[in-house]
Design a protein around this ligand. Structure first.
Ligand SMILES: *Cc1c(COP(=O)(O)O)cnc(C)c1O
Length: 236
C-alpha cells in the first residue's frame, strides 16, 4: 500500500466512523503523526492530502521546519514538552497539544507575549492515571484550564489524551467516554471563549473509530499511514 492509498483509506474510515456516530465527517481532522519520518515523506503526505502534521520531538520539528517540509499544512506539537524548549515552538506551530502543568503553560504564555502572538494550546489529560504518561489528572483539568483562559498569550482550545494501550473488546471506551464528559464540562464553564473551545484530540491508529464515537474532533495517526516505526527513545 502506498502512502497515498493509506491516507485515502484512513480518511474513508474516519468519515464512516463519523457517520456511524451520527456526526458530520467535516468535524474531524486527521493529524498525521510524523515522528521519525523524513522531510521528503512529510512533503509526500501533504501532497496526498494531509492538512495537519503532528510532531513529537522538538528536534525533529525544528529540522523539518528549517527544511520547509510543512509547507501547505499546519503543525501541531503532540509530544512531551520541556519548559526550556518552548522557544522553538511558540509562534511556529499552530497548536501545542501537550500542556500538562501551570509552569509549562506560563512559559509558553511568556514567550508568546514577548513575540506578540497568541499561542493555541490544548491541556493534556492523563485519563488512565498511568505513572508512565504525561498529562494532568482529570481532577485538575478544570483548574489548569481556568488558568489558561485568564492567561494572556495563550488560547486554550480543548483537551488531548493518550489513553492506556487498549485491551479487550471495549478497549478504551471508558476512557474516551470520560474525556468526552470532561470536554463537555469545560465547554460549559469557559463562558467568554466558549466558541473557541472546539478541540478534543484523541484516537490513534488502533482506536480512532472508538474515539470518534465519543466525540473526538482530531485523531492523531501514525502507523496506519506510514507503517510501523522502529523502537525509539522517549525523550526529545
Ligand atoms: C505516535 C503518536 C501517535 C500516533 O500513534 P500510532 O499508533 O502510530 O497511530 C499519536 N499521538 C501521539 C502523541 C504520538 O506520539
Amino acid at each position: 500500500m502506498s502512502l497515498q492509498d493509506n491516507i485515502q483509506r484512513v480518511s474513508r474510515e474516519i468519515a464512516q466512523a463519523a457517520l456511524a456516530a451520527g456526526r458530520n465527517p467535516d468535524e474531524i481532522t486527521l493529524v498525521a503523526a510524523t515522528k521519525v519520518q523524513t522531510s521528503q515523506t512529510i512533503r509526500e503526505a501533504i501532497a496526498a492530502g494531509i492538512t495537519v502534521c503532528g510532531e513529537n520531538r522538538v528536534q525533529e520539528f525544528t529540522a523539518h521546519w528549517a527544511d520547509n517540509a510543512y509547507e501547505g499544512a499546519k503543525v501541531h506539537f503532540i509530544g512531551h514538552l520541556q519548559k526550556n524548549k518552548v522557544k522553538y515552538l511558540v509562534g511556529r506551530v499552530d497548536l501545542i497539544e501537550s500542556v500538562d502543568s501551570a509552569e509549562l503553560l506560563q512559559a509558553i504564555a511568556r514567550r508568546a507575549v514577548q513575540q506578540g502572538v497568541v499561542q493555541d494550546i490544548l491541556i493534556e489529560v492523563n485519563i488512565g492515571g498511568e505513572a508512565s504518561k504525561s498529562g494532568v489528572s482529570p481532577a485538575l483539568v478544570d483548574e489548569l484550564f481556568a488558568l489558561a483562559v485568564e492567561t494572556p498569550g495563550v488560547r486554550p482550545r480543548g483537551l488531548m489524551t493518550i489513553p492506556p494501550v487498549a485491551v479487550g473488546k471495549n478497549g478504551n471506551k471508558r476512557f474516551f467516554a470520560e474525556m468526552q464528559q470532561l470536554f463537555v464540562d469545560i465547554k460549559g464553564k469557559t463562558y467568554d471563549n466558549r466558541d473557541s473551545v472546539d478541540c478534543l484530540s484523541m484516537g490513534m491508529s488502533g482506536d480512532f473509530v472508538q474515539a470518534i464515537a465519543y466525540g473526538a474532533t482530531q485523531v492523531r495517526i501514525g502507523t496506519a499511514l506510514f507503517g510501523s516505526r522502529p523502537p525509539v527513545r522517549q525523550n526529545g
